[in-house]
Ligand binder design. Structure first.
Ligand SMILES: NC(=O)C1=CN([C@@H]2O[C@H](COP(=O)(O)OP(=O)(O)OC[C@H]3O[C@@H](n4cnc5c(N)ncnc54)[C@H](O)[C@@H]3O)[C@@H](O)[C@H]2O)[C@@H](O)CC1
Ligand SMILES: Nc1ncnc2c1ncn2[C@@H]1O[C@H](COP(=O)(O)OP(=O)(O)O)[C@@H](O)[C@H]1O
Length: 282
């Protein structure tokens, strides 16, 4: 079947920008629980927390590997390191499923059993299926290939690269979750039939850590819209497309500020506020 994909636009994204009001406090704006990073990839924890803060969040609780807490705090002292109530979770960036210890497995399982919205990235992608709340997975092509392979759905990296939309849909249907398949054109699909593309305005995003930044933006959006997600789990798909849109625009703004040149992952996170500000003013 030929699918119809719709390019997600600024107007679509603007509808999901949550501007705080007089009655808001940090809890009402949303608290994001973050379990990311590892000894091998500590920076992923820093990047995701940074991006969540830049995307507008009430509070971030970082409860990933304890040794990384100091690094996260050095960049974002706002971060809280104790467990507590959260409205959404960001799990897996910078983690290796093969090196997961018992404690970490328990914490990830706890988050997935909470019924709250979850963004599953990188080293937590294998846990898709045990989720209980509105969930979106954020693989790149290689990660999707591995995920499908583990479920005995053979697909080569070349096949996925040639037809990313088809494979995003297949994964959404097989895994029963929204899928955000990263690339120069990001494909967002879910089992109810939502099909969105977000075309990056440029290609400087192809650099280490920008996926971790996307996870932080999406986590913040999910936490900020926990009420909407409780009413309509399918809203996670629109939030994922909105996060990808903001991410691409932030890369463009960051590059423009550098004479149209290259950007780093932190540059992209830094450029998120003006993008959100402009969308909020639409
Ligand atoms: N500073 C940090 O801490 C960073 C941590 N990162 C984390 O590093 C871990 C490993 O990520 P990787 O994606 O590098 O490793 P993977 O183990 O997923 O990828 C390894 C191989 O997959 C292929 N591959 C990588 N990206 C691809 C893409 N977009 N499309 C198709 N094939 C691709 C490449 O051939 C590569 O050799 C993840 O947990 C990620 O979150 C990365 O985000 C980089 C920055
Ligand atoms: N050629 C490209 N043009 C535009 N955006 C890209 C390109 N390649 C990758 N991206 C985007 O950059 C990000 C890379 O994420 P990911 O592959 O997870 O890298 P990392 O693991 O280093 O963070 C994704 O948001 C993806 O959509």
């Amino acid at each position: 079947m030929t699918e119809t994909w719709r390019e997600w636009a600024a107007e679509d994204t603007a509808a999901w920008i949550r501007v705080p009001g007089a009655g808001d406090d940090k809890y009402a704006r949303g608290v994001l629980g973050v379990i990311t990073g590892s000894h091998d990839y500590p920076g992923a924890a820093v990047l995701g927390v940074e991006a969540a803060n830049r995307a507008g969040i009430g509070m971030v609780r970082y409860t990933g590997p304890r040794a990384l807490g100091a690094l996260v705090l050095a960049r974002r002292p706002e971060t809280v390191l104790v467990t507590g109530r959260v409205q959404a979770w960001l799990l897996g960036s910078g983690m290796d499923a093969g090196k997961r210890n018992f404690l970490l497995q328990g914490e990830l399982s706890h988050a997935l059993a909470s019924g709250q919205p979850v963004v599953l990235d990188a080293g937590a992608l294998d846990l898709v299926g045990v989720h209980t709340g509105p969930t979106v997975i954020t693989p790149h092509a290689r990660e999707l290939q591995r995920l499908l392979d583990a479920r005995e759905i053979p697909a080569s990296l070349e096949e996925i690269r040639e037809a990313p939309g088809e494979w995003a849909v297949r994964a959404a249907n097989e895994l029963g979750t929204a899928v955000l398949l990263k690339g120069a054109v990001t494909h967002i699909a879910d089992p109810t039939g939502a099909r969105y593309t977000v075309t990056a305005p440029g290609h400087w995003l192809a650099t280490a850590g920008t996926g971790d930044v996307l996870g932080g933006i999406l986590g913040a959006f999910a936490a900020g819209h926990a009420d909407a997600l409780a009413l309509e789990a399918g809203a996670i798909t629109a939030l994922a497309a909105s996060a990808a849109f903001v991410h691409g625009q932030a890369a463009a703004v960051a590059s423009l500020a550098r004479g149209g040149g290259p950007v780093t992952a932190l540059d992209v996170a830094d450029a998120v506020p003006p993008v959100i500000g402009e969308l909020a003013a639409m």
